[in-house]
Design a protein around this ligand. Sequence first.
Ligand code: NDP
Ligand code: ZN
Length: 347
Amino acid sequence: MLSIDQVGWIEKEIPEIGPYDALCRPIALAPCTSDIHTVYSGAIGDRHNMILGHEAVGEVVKVGSLVKDFKVNDKVLVSAITPDWNSLAAQESYAMHSGGMLGGWKFSNFKDGVFAEYFHVNDADGNLAHLPEGMDLGAACMISDMVPTGFCGVELADINFGDNVAVIGIGPVGLMAVAGAAIRGAANIYAVGSRQNCIELAKEFGATEIINYKQGDIVNQIFEKTNGQGVDRIVIAGGNNDTFEQAVKILKPGGKIGNVNYLGEGDYIKIPRVEWGCGMGHKQIVGGLMPGGRLRSEKLARLVQTGRIHPEKMVTHVFHGLDKVEDALMLMKNKPQDLIKPLVLVD
Ligand code: NDP
Ligand code: ZN
């Protein structure tokens, strides 16, 4: 990212590493909708000459003197969120906000990202995980961000056995939320989207009903499907600032909304007063950044290894060579109908 609205290539020094850090080179990379929000809506503010990207599988090329579990040539899963695990925020169980709100989101926010020949990983023992032998690189790359973020939405919404759930947005993040909701024991999963290939995968991942937001108000559609009852839990993984208003309307009292959508524009979100029980409806709204870290990556990798999730099915476009990152990013910007997630294989 050269500046807001402008991308291009840039020469930079190879990053220095500290005693707990690692230097990696990318093996597989994926652009994220968040990269698009960052560049084209300037969502996190002005950034200049910052390398984009936070989704990668890598190979370690250098480690700091105090790194214990990783060595040169190790192939690694790289978490998109790389907190400081010895921080007070981590001791409060909010490591993703170490160093200030959203501070664990370092790549392509507070420091250079992974779309580079080499990238720096802080706290390597806490933020890298070994790439399991034989794992598909597409699936491995989705463990950086898409799987943990979709699952974060499910955790924030606190989905339990038998819940009726709406997942608003079924791009790659929402698709993983659908898969996570199914694993958590949701009964009905109403998946909101319009692109056909996303709809098909949502069904495969566990959606029981599809709500097309382009074919009428989702509030009416969900009330119709639930006999006017609404749903117990909602994951928001897409939409716009009006989505909260719709979500509060279709949520039952006592229900929870887990938002992982990155709100790229506008100053406020709207919460409808009456449907929010005039402030007394016990309708919780939690928005969160996914936690990141090694343990989570290892556990999510286990779900891939045991065949409980299939994130590689979301990879619709594969490019070869680091220089193709720009093409992949443009695909993400333009979101053609057949796109779910592009992958760039660097070797
Ligand atoms: P996509 O753009 O691929 O998917 C967005 C989804 O929302 C699509 O299914 C789209 O439908 C749907 N949608 C669009 N407009 C509406 C609307 N008005 N009402 C209802 N649904 C709508 O995004 P991703 O899956 O890649 O990412 C989702 C969000 O998560 C992004 O904002 C991203 O930045 C954020 N994110 C957050 C992270 C976190 O830690 N919290 C980490 C990573 C990403 P259609 O089928 O028509 O395209
Ligand atoms: Zn991302």
